[in-house]
Each structure stands twice: as structure tokens, then as C-alpha cells.
Design a protein around this ligand. Structure first.
Ligand SMILES: Cc1cc2nc3c(=O)[nH]c(=O)nc-3n(C[C@H](O)[C@H](O)[C@H](O)COP(=O)(O)OP(=O)(O)OC[C@H]3O[C@@H](n4cnc5c(N)ncnc54)[C@H](O)[C@@H]3O)c2cc1C
Length: 410
């Protein structure tokens, strides 16, 4: 979404516990102030939490309350990376490990943050129940149907204080990276066949780098770390192949740097997150999985027709979501991330958005887009259910500001 730039919030509360959140919300109500919840400790909050009014920073609400056999109860300000380490100590893991390791659990659930596991939903799909302080400063335990409003609630319903999440057994993953052609990836359905996958594809040429990860046999001895010579030789060979295939492209950002040394193995939270910084200049869309081939073809054709160069497009798959305003709601999804270069490439970002919108795309909530409530009402079949829960949890619209009101309506 396009957000109005701000000088920063007039006031920030950083409560240490749920009672502190209740106090912060009630005091804001007395002053008539509006609040945006955030998990961003020590770094700029995401665009949906950027406000010049009041912020309730939940990042001090840390700690794992209980690790059960298949569930974990965690406070909402816990960083995903820290939660993964605690779970691993108990032989458990999150079903989906997003790239943003320092994001908080509350922020990731609030945003519906996805990973690259084609059969898994986002982190918000793993939520079994939640605790939240609503707009009147009342603590609610949320389960049942209303959870589908909270799963990707954009901080519009209240401040999450704790979440109960499903977990899976911890496995070691072996990761691989391979330069290939888009057509081969699509015909063999490569992206859907592994536990975790992603692809960077160059359009319109169709050169692709695919990365995938699968569990290693637990009875097998861990692979010895590849020695320097083996690693260097393997890498030189791979790069040689990439460069030969791609010699005709003028792209300075291609091929993308190798993400792993060949033979890398480890627990998901150590090998999967992408260490690259988040790029705010992206168009990022969730389209139905079945529309992927046509949408990539159309993106390549539309940009070539205008003589514009497209940077490598990142593609990941995810399962259908139940979250009422989650971009993958109700359909198996392909996520496309298209990086642009600031204002100069605004027309390219808009063109990519138009092509992906035509493919029944819905924008990712952190990326720049121009959707308004009337667009959401068409794209999300449970839009009125979401608004009903919003009316119940936040009848005074404590949890909004100018940016959010433009997106969700008053
Ligand atoms: C390096 C990097 C990689 C990334 N990769 C991905 C990716 O692969 N997939 C993806 O989907 N996104 C990705 N993102 C975007 C990411 O989803 C957001 O940056 C993430 O939500 C940030 O979490 P946060 O804790 O900082 O939350 P914030 O940015 O502070 O908040 C996110 C949303 O959740 C709400 N919120 C935050 N805390 C609470 C709370 N306690 N209660 C209620 N609402 C709350 C906010 O109001 C806001 O609407 C990436 C970001 C980075 C920095």
C-alpha cells in the first residue's frame, strides 16, 4: 500500500506484560488517541504500523509460556528466530519459516507472513487460539470462527499479547540450488514437489534459478561439510553453467548470488531465512497457483512491449488460507515479488500490478499498491465478516490511522 510519510509517532508505549497493554489502550481511549500495534523493536515499523499518532510496541512481550507435544504458547513480541531456537531445543519447529527472522510472532500473524513451503499456510494459518486486548482495553481469548479475522488482522482489531501455534517435528533440511529454464520448472511442477521451494526467474527469457529443500533421512550420518576445494569447484561449475546460459542478458543483478554452499544441511530456521534486507520498492502479489504460467508470460510480454527491463521475479507457493483478508484466502497461491527502483520505476510497478491484478491477484499487505475498501470487498468473500469483527472488537476505531482508514475504510 502507499503510505503517507510520517515523522514518527507522537507517543510510543512499550508494555512489559498484558496488563501494561490494557493500561496503554485505556489511557489512549481517555485521551481520544489512535493506536497502531507494532512488533518492530529498534527498527522502522512496517508500512501498516507507521503512524504519526500512537504506537503500542509489543516487542517486550517476549517468552515462550509452554511447549506442548504439538503446540506452543508464545507471547506475541517473541522474535521468530528466538521462538525457533526454543522449539528446536524441544525437538519441534514451526511448519513455515519466513525470511524475516527478527519479525515478531504477533507481527507475522498480523500480516499473514508466508514462507516457501508449498503445502503449508502462512504463520497465521498455524494459530489455534490468541489473546488480544481490544479497543476498549478488554482482554479477549479468541478461538473459533473469529480467529479467521485475527489471522491476518493488520493490527486493526487489537493488540495481540499471546498466541497458541501448531508445531511440527524438527527435521534437518538439505538445500539445493540449480540454474534451469522456467518451462522445465513449470512442466515438471518442480515448485510443488519439495518441502520448501523458491525460484528467481528472468523474464521474458525464462532463465530460472530454483532453490529447494527436503528433510534428510534422520538415520543417515550428517553430511560432512563440503571441503573448500569441493565447494569452490562445485560453485565454479554452477556459475559457469549459469553464465553460459545467461550470457545474452544485460542484467547486472543476474544471476542472483548463490544462497548456499553446495551440500548445506541444517534445521529450517538456520538454512531457510533469506539474509537479504527487505526492499520496500516491491510489487508483491498473491495469484491463484493455476494462473502462474500465464501471468509470467504476460508480465514478460507487457514489459518487453514497452522496452522495460524487469529484475528477476521471485516466485514461491503456499497453501490456501482461511484468514478472511489473507491474500491467499481460499485458494492455493503463487506469490510473486517484483522489485522496482523507486519513483523512476513507478510505471513498471503499476504495470506489474495491473497484469497480476488481471490474473485475480491480491496485493501482499506490505508491498506498495493502491487497493481501497471497494477492491477488498470484491476480492475477499468474507470482507463483511471481517468488518463485523472489527466493529465488535474496536467499535470506537482505536486501532486505526489515516493510512489504515484509507485501506480498510473508517
Ligand atoms: C528481511 C525481511 C524479509 C521479509 N520476508 C518476508 C516474506 O518472506 N514473506 C512475507 O510475507 N513477508 C516478509 N517480510 C515482511 C514481513 O512480513 C514484515 O516485515 C513483518 O510483519 C514484520 O513483523 P514485525 O514484527 O516487525 O511487525 P510490524 O511490521 O510491526 O507489523 C506488521 C503488522 O502486524 C501488526 N502487528 C504487529 N504486532 C502486533 C501485535 N502484537 N498485535 C496485533 N497486531 C500487530 C501491525 O499493526 C501491522 O499491521 C519480510 C521483512 C523483512 C524485514
Amino acid at each position: 500500500m502507499s503510505t503517507k510519510p510520517t515523522d514518527g509517532p507522537r507517543r510510543t508505549d512499550r508494555p512489559l506484560d498484558e496488563a501494561g497493554v490494557v493500561t496503554a489502550v485505556r489511557r489512549a481511549a481517555q485521551r481520544g488517541a489512535r493506536i497502531r500495534p507494532t512488533g518492530a523493536a529498534g527498527r522502522p515499523p512496517g508500512p501498516l504500523a507507521r503512524t504519526d499518532e500512537q504506537v503500542v510496541d509489543a516487542s517486550a512481550l517476549t517468552g515462550v509460556a509452554a511447549v506442548g507435544e504439538e503446540r506452543v504458547v508464545v507471547r506475541a513480541g517473541e522474535a521468530i528466530a528466538d521462538l525457533c531456537v526454543e522449539l528446536a531445543a524441544a525437538g519441534r519447529a514451526l511448519a513455515v519459516v519466513p525470511d524475516a527472522a527478527r519479525a515478531t510472532v504477533g507481527g507475522a500473524v498480523g500480516l499473514g507472513m508466508y514462507g516457501g513451503a508449498p503445502l503449508q499456510g502462512s504463520l497465521s494459518a498455524q494459530v489455534e487460539s490468541a489473546r488480544l486486548v481490544d479497543g476498549r482495553g478488554v482482554v479477549r481469548h479468541v478461538d473459533g470462527a473469529e480467529l479467521d479475522a485475527v489471522r491476518c488482522g493488520l493490527g486493526a482489531l487489537g493488540v495481540l499479547t499471546a498466541l497458541e501455534l501448531r508445531t511440527v517435528p524438527l527435521t534437518r533440511l538439505a538445500v539445493h540450488e540449480h540454474a534451469t529454464r522456467l518451462e522445465d520448472v513449470l512442466s515438471d511442477d518442480v515448485l510443488a514437489r519439495h518441502a520448501w521451494t523458491e525460484m528467481d526467474v528472468l523474464l521474458p527469457g525464462g532463465q530460472a534459478v530454483v532453490r529447494w529443500a527436503d528433510p534428510v533421512d534422520p538415520d543417515r550420518e550428517p553430511a560432512p561439510a563440503a571441503g573448500f576445494t569441493t565447494r569452490a569447484a562445485g560453485r565454479a561449475e554452477e556459475w559457469g553453467r549459469k553464465v553460459t546460459r545467461l550470457a545474452s542478458t544485460a542484467w547486472s543483478s543476474w544471476p542472483p548470488p548463490d544462497r548456499w554452499t553446495p551440500g548445506t544441511e541444517g534445521p529450517p530456521h538456520e538454512v531457510l531465512p533469506d539474509p537479504q534486507p527487505w526492499d520496500p520498492d516491491t510489487a508483491e502479489w498473491a495469484i491463484p497457483r493455476a494462473a502462474l504460467r500465464g501471468a509470467l508470460r504476460e508480465l514478460g510480454a507487457a514489459t518487453t512491449a514497452r522496452g522495460w527491463e524487469l529484475r528477476p521475479v521471485r516466485v514461491r507457493l503456499g497453501a490456501a488460507e482461511t484468514g478472511w483478508i489473507h491474500p491467499a484466502h481460499g485458494r492455493e497461491t503463487a506469490w510473486l515479488r517484483i522489485r522496482t527502483r523507486g519513483a523512476a520505476q513507478e510505471p513498471l510497478r503499476r504495470l506489474a500490478g495491473a497484469v497480476l491484478e488481471d490474473a485475480s491477484g491480491r496485493p501482499h499487505w506490505t508491498a506498495r499498491h493502491e487497493w481501497r475498501p471497494e477492491d477488498l470487498a470484491v476480492a475477499y468473500p468474507n470482507w463483511t465478516d471481517f468488518q463485523r469483527v472489527r466493529d465488535t472488537y474496536d467499535p470506537d476505531r482505536r486501532f486505526t490511522d489515516e493510512n489504515l482508514a484509507r485501506l480498510l475504510g473508517p
